[in-house]
Write a protein that binds this ligand. Structure first.
Ligand code: ZN
Length: 396
């Protein structure tokens, strides 16, 4: 482990939800309060960090608890890292040109490394217009921001994470979606775990059920494609999948969640956009005790089904033309993720973990190992129509 205090067997992180009560309403999206977002995100990040065995403290027991900024920073006494979670504002009106992740770090340089890593990763996930960066701000008695000053005073590396701007319409809409916050939390946890040199958890996911949100099913492919455009233009990620060969039905799939409440929250967002949608469930498979039982033929059938290709169990140019890019960052809940997880596991890349339908860090590690073994560039991404897909499908 790196960057931990002497005597710590696990990193200890203190999380601070930026503000209490209903605070900092967005001028762009009136339903958005910075305080709500930061409260939700800090709880999700706590769960994500704990999966790595990182010990997490929080500054306040409830969202309504008031505590001064300096005191919140100082509450991180004995911790290895303090993070105060926020979204930023420029002026009091809507400003759609400023869209940047800012990470405020202490003047002493102690937070530069983790600050840069987080700024880069959060920018990537949020897809902000400007590149993320770190910054310092000096006040009359050291660090300008009280939370950072309080953390530094008790010997903790203290950062403020500004998750872009709630004066920006697009970023505010993005932050309104709990599914996005869940993903943000998982990705921030990956960065923090790597900074501390904490290995990925052995059992990456719990068993249970995957909740998928489906927005329509069609007999005619062109109708499905038309509807897909509608769902996407309403701001939702969506894919077409087909059902089995005897009963071809093209389904529009949007969003997949391990937590039912998250799926329900997402469903209400889809419905609020005027789209018809419902939740379907799928059992999360435990790694098979007989990996050889998942055959290449079955894998091809499952992929063809997942991507809406002709389902014949023979991989050829048509199948290859339909497979999407899949990685931890792109299409991470695409229906093709499950067959790929099973295939990788069967091929011995057991770090992929359970076939849970969500491409996370275990998925990325497994893909990298598979690529390295197949003389490919180990970038962890299964790019549409390219080498990694060919190798997985055993196409020449
Ligand atoms: Zn704030």
């Amino acid at each position: 482990m790196k960057h931990v205090k002497p005597g710590h067997t696990h990193p200890v992180v203190c999380l601070d939800a930026g503000h209490s009560g209903d605070y900092n309403r967005s001028p762009a999206v009136p339903e958005y309060y910075e305080s709500d977002m930061s409260w939700t995100l800090h709880l999700l990040l706590k769960t994500a960090l704990e999966r790595y065995g990182i010990v997490v403290k929080t500054t306040r027991a409830t969202q309504d608890t008031m505590l001064g900024v300096y005191e919140r920073g100082a509450a991180s006494k004995g911790c290895d890292l303090f993070l105060s979670l926020h979204s930023n504002a420029v002026g009091s009106d809507v400003n759609d040109t400023v869209d940047r992740v800012m990470v405020y770090v202490p003047l002493d340089g102690s937070g530069d490394e983790i600050g840069r890593l987080l700024a880069d990763q959060i920018s990537l996930i949020m897809g902000t217009q400007q590149k993320g960066r770190i910054a310092t701000r000096e006040g009359s008695n050291g660090d300008y921001y009280g939370v950072i000053r309080g953390a530094v005073a008790v010997g903790t590396v203290g950062l403020i994470l500004e998750h872009s701007f709630h004066t920006n319409t697009q970023s505010t809409h993005w932050l309104m979606k709990e599914a996005n916050l869940a993903r943000l939390a998982e990705e921030e946890a990956v960065v923090i775990a790597e900074y501390f040199d904490v290995p990925a958890p052995d059992t990456p996911v719990e068993h249970g059920v995957l909740y998928r949100v489906q927005a329509g099913a069609f007999r005619v492919r062109t109708n499905a494609e038309e509807h897909l455009t509608k769902v996407k233009s309403a701001g939702f990620d969506a894919y077409i999948t087909s059902s089995n060969e005897n009963d071809t039905l093209y389904r529009i799939q949007t969003g997949a969640f391990r937590v039912k409440g998250n799926a329900e929250a997402y469903l209400s967002e889809v419905k609020a956009a005027g789209l018809d949608a419902y939740i379907t469930t799928q059992a999360i498979n435990e790694p098979s005790s007989e990996p050889e039982s998942y055959t290449l033929k079955q894998f091809i059938l499952d992929v063809q089904t997942a991507v809406g290709a002709a389902v014949d169990g023979i991989a050829g140019p048509e199948t290859l033309s339909k497979v999407p890019t899949i990685s931890r960052l792109v299409n991470s809940t695409h229906p093709a993720v499950i067959p790929v997880q099973k295939r990788l596991y069967t091929l011995g890349y057991t770090q992929v973990g359970n076939a849970d339908g969500i491409a996370g860090s275990g998925f990325e590690h497994a893909v990298k190992a598979f690529q390295a073994d197949n003389n490919g560039e180990a970038d962890g991404e299964i790019t549409a129509g390219e080498q990694t897909w060919r190798k997985l499908l055993e196409l020449k």
